[in-house]
Design a protein around this ligand. Structure first.
Ligand code: NAP
Length: 361
């Protein structure tokens, strides 16, 4: 039998796995919902869900947790939210590995991550608020990791793309980052991959919003703040302990539209058109294109904003909502190491969470 045949040969069905890993899921929105679906697949058979919560309710009852309609039912059924009873369910599970999965964007919850790690719970998160937040809080997180618990943060940047793991691995091997450059936002990727000046930017933005590619209030994407948080996370993984204020951010939201309510902003989207059309025409006249890039150099200078790139630039070869991360390092110095692909979406993000959980088992 060849080696390939041996690898493909059927193996005896494994004995049912013991539930060595217990989970509490915070957030049953788009990503949390996709994660619940993955828990019902064979890949997750060694995991036991002991609690699930949205912002208002939580469920600890095993029969309810096993219900495929759990996410829907939590909207109207369940006990009021209480972190301590939720952690109590994990503690009482008897599992050797207890994991809190944070699939929310709540800064209030992220503020507890370090404390949970210190108390012996592993944390797996898609929530960027702590790792991409204030520097003292990030430092507190590093100290909490001394407890021996793990912080699974793969889903915070690039969804399922192996970006954070790669940056950490290069550093571990003594390979220093010289530059990091890329497109870190699915929605901004889509907008500038499509924008060729033939239609107003506002029309494209309305279309992207209708397709669900932007946040309900697109300023969350256009402000560049989400990209800045991702750059901060990667910079810190690469050894640059930057403060949020050290990331220069160019917002695409005109000053006059920053403080208005969402409805007013959506009604005045045309105000974005003229400035962007002028920049596009300028770039086109020089044979270039516009891309919303995040950049970090070896001196720790970090910037997020719209850049005119030459037509040969790797970011001009992106499709749809793809993300791209180009790493130039002391060892990858003639050509960058490039990680590219879907950098958003519930399934791939949930899979990144599952991967981090399974790595603990
Ligand atoms: N969507 C993506 O493609 C993607 C990709 C990468 C990373 N992420 C990140 O993943 C996270 C979740 O994104 P999403 O798109 O799933 O958001 P979402 O659909 O708005 O869901 C957020 C969920 O969090 C819940 N929540 C808020 N505060 C909570 C609290 N204190 N306790 C328990 N649950 C709470 C909400 O509860 P209610 O239902 O009661 O409001 C909701 O179920 C965000 O940090 C996002 O940046 C998303």
């Amino acid at each position: 039998m060849s080696a390939v045949e041996a690898d493909c040969a059927p193996v005896a069905a494994p004995a049912p796995a013991a539930h060595g890993v217990a989970l509490a899921l915070l957030g049953t929105g788009v990503v949390g919902g996709a994660f619940l679906k993955l828990l019902n697949t064979p890949a997750a058979s060694s995991l036991k869900l002991v609690a699930a919560a949205n912002s208002r309710r939580q469920q600890l009852d095993p029969a309810q947790l096993a219900d495929r309609a759990l996410r829907e039912k939590l909207k109207t059924h369940g006990e009021p939210r209480n972190d301590e009873t939720l952690l109590g369910a994990l503690a009482q599970s008897g599992a050797a590995v207890k994991v809190i999965v944070d699939a929310t964007a709540s800064a209030a919850l992220a503020a507890h991550h370090a404390e949970w790690l210190s108390r012996g719970y592993h944390v797996v998160t898609a929530n960027k608020s702590l790792a991409g937040g204030a520097l003292p809080d990030w430092r507190a997180l590093q100290l909490a990791l001394a407890s021996g618990c793990t912080y699974g943060d793969s889903a915070t940047v690039g969804a399922g793309l192996p970006v954070i793991a790669t940056v950490r691995r290069l550093r571990q091997c003594g390979d220093a980052l010289l530059t990091l450059e890329g497109v870190f936002s699915g929605s901004l990727s889509y907008l500038f991959n499509q924008y060729d000046g033939s239609r107003p930017f506002s029309a494209l933005l309305r279309e992207a919003r209708a397709l669900g590619y932007t946040e309900p209030d697109p300023r969350a994407d256009l402000s560049g703040e989400d990209v800045a948080r991702k750059l901060l996370i990667l910079a810190r993984c690469a050894g640059f302990a930057l403060r949020p204020e050290e990331v220069e951010v160019e917002s695409l939201v005109p000053e006059a539209l920053r403080a208005v309510d969402t409805e007013t902003f959506l009604a005045r989207l045309e105000e974005l058109d003229a400035p962007l059309a002028a920049r596009h025409a300028q770039a086109k006249a020089r044979g270039g294109a516009l891309r919303f890039l995040a950049r970090l150099n070896q001196r720790g200078h970090a910037r997020v904003g719209l850049v005119e790139v030459p037509a040969s630039h790797p970011a001009t070869r992106l499709y749809g909502t793809d993300n791209q991360f180009a790493l130039t390092t002391t060892r990858y110095n003639s050509q960058p190491l490039v990680i590219q692909g879907p950098g958003a979406g519930p399934e791939v993000t949930a899979q990144a969470l599952l991967g981090d959980v399974l790595a603990l088992g």
